[in-house]
Design a protein around this ligand. Structure first.
Ligand code: PRP
Ligand code: URA
Length: 209
């Protein structure tokens, strides 16, 4: 699929396997989510624009590439997306943070919006939307629609685990968005949970039930 990257790095796979384990506790889970976000972010941001900047080394003056401007936005989908922010911020500390609040209705599995605040000028930023789980794809697709309605143009989406159903929907609704997936799982179950998945990402990050 064009614009879709499935990570196949052993370090990422190992950490995702630890996440899947139901005996992995909240503290380790949170650390792993952050580490995976950083490793994936390294790949997702490989096309960040650079510009040549004059630098004086101890030997001579030279022009070398540095990240151009400071125009990046990280946008977690609340709640679980919050767990991925730190990892990406480690890579780009100057990034601004937007927030999109969506929850899935437990019966219909449709997303409901409750919050949206994005850094300006959103149309000039590289936007990295983060959410550990892409299940039906409803939350991811709606979040990106909201960002586009606010003027966002250059949008990437990064999730740790995706179901084929969600990946297909997100790609179909937003073919212009580059999607980065840590692991592509088998399918959704009757409750629209990802199989084998890792359970409820938000609950496991925040220690709720
Ligand atoms: C989870 C997850 C995604 C969404 C994925 O959030 O973090 O946002 O479900 O499902 P979808 O692809 O079918 O929309 P949830 O709604 O459980 O909220 P939470 O992060 O507050 O726990
Ligand atoms: N949200 C989650 O946290 N996990 C799933 O498997 C599906 C949606």
């Amino acid at each position: 699929m064009e614009n879709v990257t499935i990570m196949d790095h052993p370090l990422i796979q190992h950490k995702i396997s630890r996440l899947r384990d139901k005996t992995t506790g909240t503290n380790e889970f949170r650390t792993l989510v952050s580490e995976i976000a950083m490793l994936m972010g390294f790949e997702a941001l490989r096309d960040l624009p650079t510009e040549l900047v004059e630098i004086e080394t101890p030997i001579e003056t030279t022009k070398q590439p540095m990240i151009a401007g400071k125009k990046m936005a990280i946008v977690p989908i609340l709640r679980a997306g919050l767990g991925m922010v730190d990892g990406v911020l480690n890579l780009v500390p100057s990034a601004k943070i937007g927030h999109i609040g969506l929850y899935r209705d437990p019966e219909t599995h449709e997303p409901h919006e409750y919050y949206c605040k994005l850094p300006e000028p959103i149309d000039q930023r590289t936007i990295l939307v983060v959410d550990p789980m892409l299940a039906t794809g409803g939350s991811g697709a709606d979040a990106i629609t909201m960002i586009k309605q606010h003027g966002g143009k250059n949008i990437k989406f990064m999730c740790i685990i995706a179901a084929p159903e969600g990946l297909e929907r997100l790609h179909k609704e937003h073919p212009d968005v580059q999607i980065y997936v840590g692991a592509l799982d088998r399918q959704l179950n009757e409750n629209a949970y990802i199989c084998p998945g890792l359970g409820d990402a938000g609950d496991r990050i925040f220690g709720t039930k």
